[in-house]
Design a protein around this ligand. Structure first.
Ligand code: NOJ
Length: 760
């Protein structure tokens, strides 16, 4: 079944890629004929994207929308969905404008549309490309049935700073894993090709380097060497485009001193000329306008010229193109040819989506109720939610829990629904989400007594609550004092066999414009845990959060810790499945957890220093801290299982590889426990000596394998010369001859090693 799905997706995406790249004479003729009829203002209108309706996802809102649509001043709309709402605006465009050009309908479909899947950081922790692709496929089915044809996903920004709230929307810190996920998502959204009733066009974002904002503060400056850019940050964007993504969104940050939205090197030289991208580029929300605040344009007139000249086709909400381009042409500052090129690319997207044949292709009032949140989709959401959870600690097999006796279910997130669907889940209905309390009761029934106490507010900071609630939060402060709540929780714990404390952040504490400088558990939750620990009862933590947290005390003192991120509509069911052993956890971290904020940035594939710390307690002139060790709390790739897996030595088919050749490496893995389980077997390569410094290791492959209790399997990977390539001092991408270590293991730290040589 899985294999079939993979084969289908591969075949579909191949066709999709072909249809994206091969010249289409019919389309060219159609668009040329249409463009001959268009006035300059109508062409400019196609470059204008307005926000209408349900959500406000930026600092300003579009005005006079109906009037602008009728005048032909709008090419695309976002934040409007449902067949009824979309039909109304589409009708306006195709019946009341001079040329009857249909609109694109976009939306932030990020981790599901109506059926909400785990946040992207959670999805990536599944290391399960088939399930990740499936989540995007289901999101596309629902989005397309809701009138949408364009989604602002995948976000493929490499993210290594847990202070940055948008790390929750990312696939974590690794380039290789991120690239595989980028491909799987695009293929999922675009399915068997654009122009089908159940597929949508993907938009890869945020091009580029948005995840590297200094100090983890959203919208902040990025400054990066070309080497790091091309080795670590660019590959996921490229992978998404190679998978056929039809559009790209600019990022808010600058690159080499020039904001991405006005950066010609980025948008034209690299994206179009070097990478051959032939889709269209949309700005992020008011990003053209923001070039004035960046200080690279003195007014909107200059900003508009910069963006168009850079190769940016569509203006999201800012209406700079709409207000400035005609005048810019008159002043001789931009050419009509540039406007034509941008307009053509947008019309091409509409053509590929089938909108010229049927503007209502995605609008079916009868289809929507059949598709939305159907059982099959909710089942899939439950399954991938379980797969995305990471077991961080399990002292003396505290988990899985017994299905009899009593548990104290404590914590502000224990019977919460709003937070479970995470941020960027605008079309999701949190009231349909399954809470942990509900999930446990539904799974176990009366055999288990569940004693509930809230124990703490997520935060007691009233100003923060006000800010979070102003943007979709549902936080409230309990009428009882924090101490009273803790006392009640302790009493509940005393009369129960085991404590399950469901703690973490509120969903609005991560996502856009939600950076945190202190990434511990907010509010009095740590005090609550300390009081619960005092009872001496087994303490299980279920974490919900959109970023790595600092969990030093928690890691030392809790008996078991399950990281569940925000697991989506089916969160409570999935968490119950894992807690009670219906599903054996198999997730692995796609991002490093630091011990303390001061260690950030911390990631597994760091460069070697000239003075590495070698462990000597009194060593001074070494790369180390005085107050904390260099190690993370949990390394990249880390995650436990109820099974115990034992790795044999790494065997290698030969100790040398010829240029252009390959070698096989294999390892035997045994499940030496009584639980059937899945393991993500990870392969890392280290280039021992290079003409430029090389990371200590880089992920180059993995396999997620299922092993029955007692079973042993031999896992083989093939390493080819491509896996050894990097950019040399002259930025030539090739594999230098020399010695390499190959590490195989259950995470980036715990590995077994073999060595080989790439010969000249
Ligand atoms: C701003 C965000 O950066 C981007 O990710 C999103 O797609 C747009 N707003 C539209 O909501």
């Amino acid at each position: 079944m899985k294999l079939c799905l993979v084969a289908l997706i591969v075949l579909a995406s191949f066709n999709n890629l072909l249809s994206q790249t091969k010249p289409d004479k019919k389309m060219d003729t159609f668009i040329s004929t249409l463009m001959k009829k268009m006035t300059l203002q109508e062409k400019i209108g196609q470059l204008n994207l307005v926000s209408v309706g349900f959500d406000v996802t930026g600092p300003v809102v579009s005005k006079n929308v109906d009037e602008n649509i009728r005048k032909g001043n709008v090419g695309a709309v976002f934040n409007t969905f449902t067949p009824v709402a979309v039909r109304k605006l589409q009708e306006m465009a195709v019946t009341q404008t001079r040329l009857k050009i249909p609109l694109l309908f976009g939306y932030d479909v990020i981790h599901g549309h109506r059926t909400i899947f785990p946040i992207p950081l959670g999805l990536s922790s599944s290391w399960d490309l088939v399930s990740i692709g499936k989540s995007a496929r289901i999101a596309a089915e629902e989005a397309a049935a809701d009138g949408l044809n364009w989604v602002y996903s995948p976000m493929v920004d490499i993210a290594r700073d847990p202070r940055w709230g948008r790390i929750s929307e990312s696939s974590g810190e690794d380039t290789w894993l991120g690239s595989q996920i980028a491909k799987a998502m695009v293929k999922g959204y675009q399915g068997s090709g654009l122009g089908q009733k159940n597929t949508v066009m993907a938009c890869v974002k945020h091009f580029a380097l948005y995840g590297a904002a200094e100090a983890g503060r959203d919208y902040n400056t990025v400054d990066m060497s070309r080497r790091r850019m091309f080795e670590e940050y660019m590959p996921p964007y490229k992978a998404a485009l190679d998978a056929g993504a039809g559009s790209v969104m600019t990022s808010f940050n600058e690159i080499d001193g020039i904001p991405a939205t006005g950066n010609k090197w980025l948008m034209t030289d690299l994206l179009r000329k070097q990478w051959g991208f032939n889709g269209f580029v949309v700005t992020d929300y008011t990003a053209i306008n923001e070039m004035v605040a960046h200080g690279v344009a003195k007014d909107l007139h200059e900003a508009g010229a910069l963006a168009l000249q850079a190769g940016v086709d569509m203006d999201m909400v800012g209406e700079v193109y709409l207000s400035q381009l005609e005048k810019l042409v008159k002043d001789g500052k931009v050419t009509v040819a540039l406007i034509n090129a941008a307009c053509r690319r947008i019309l091409e997207a509409k053509y590929k989506l089938g909108l010229f044949t049927d503007p209502y292709l995605y609008v079916s009032e009868s289809l929507a109720p059949q598709v939305m949140m159907k059982k099959e989709f909710r089942d899939a959401a439950r399954d991938i939610a379980r797969r995305s959870m990471v077991l961080l600690k399990n002292h003396k097999q505290t988990l899985p829990l017994k299905r009899t006796g009593s548990i104290a279910l404590i914590g502000p997130l224990a019977n919460n629904q709003r937070d479970l669907i995470g941020n960027w889940s605008g079309a999701g209905d949190w009231k349909k989400a399954i809470s942990v309390e509900q999930g446990i009761k539904d799974l176990i029934g009366n055999a288990l007594v569940v004693n509930y106490a809230k124990g703490a507010n997520i935060t007691d900071d009233t100003l923060l609550i006000k800010r979070l609630n102003a943007h979709g939060g549902e936080l409230a402060i309990d009428s009882r004092s924090p101490d009273e709540m803790i006392r009640e929780a302790v009493q509940v714990a005393r009369r129960s066999d085991v404590i399950v404390a469901v703690v973490g952040e509120s969903q609005g504490m991560s996502g856009e414009a939600a950076s945190r400088a202190d990434i511990g558990l907010p509010g009095r939750q740590l005090d609550l845990l300390k009081a619960l620990r005092e009872t001496g009862k087994p303490l299980v933590l279920v974490l919900m959060n959109g970023r790595p947290l600092t969990l030093k005390w928690e890691n030392e003192k809790a008996d078991a810790i399950l990281e569940t991120w925000y697991a989506g509509t089916e969160a409570g069911n999935a968490i119950a499945d894992v807690l009670f052993g219906i599903y054996n956890p198999s997730g692995k971290l796609s991002v490093t957890f630091p011990q303390s904020v001061g260690q950030i940035p911390i990631y597994y594939n760091y460069k070697k220093t000239g003075r590495p710390f070698l462990g000597g307690v009194l060593d001074k002139y070494r790369s180390r801290y005085l107050d904390v060790t260099n190690e993370p709390l949990y390394p990249f790739g880390y995650g436990l299982s109820y099974s115990t897996f034992s790795y044999g030595d790494v065997k290698i088919s030969g100790n040398s590889m010829k240029p252009g050749g390959s070698i096989d490496v294999s390892v035997s893995i045994s499940n030496v426990s009584t639980f059937d389980g899945e393991e993500v077997v990870q392969l890392y390569i280290q280039d021992k000596v290079g003409s430029v410094t090389r990371p200590v290791k880089e992920l180059r492959n993995f396999k997620k394998v299922f092993l029955k209790a007692g079973e042993t399997q031999n896992i083989t990977f093939t390493i080819s010369e491509d896996d050894l390539k990097f950019y040399d001092a002259a930025m030539k991408y090739w594999a230098e001859p020399g010695d390499f270590n190959v590490d195989i293991g259950s995470n980036s730290r715990d590995v077994k090693t073999a060595m080989f040589t790439l010969t000249k």
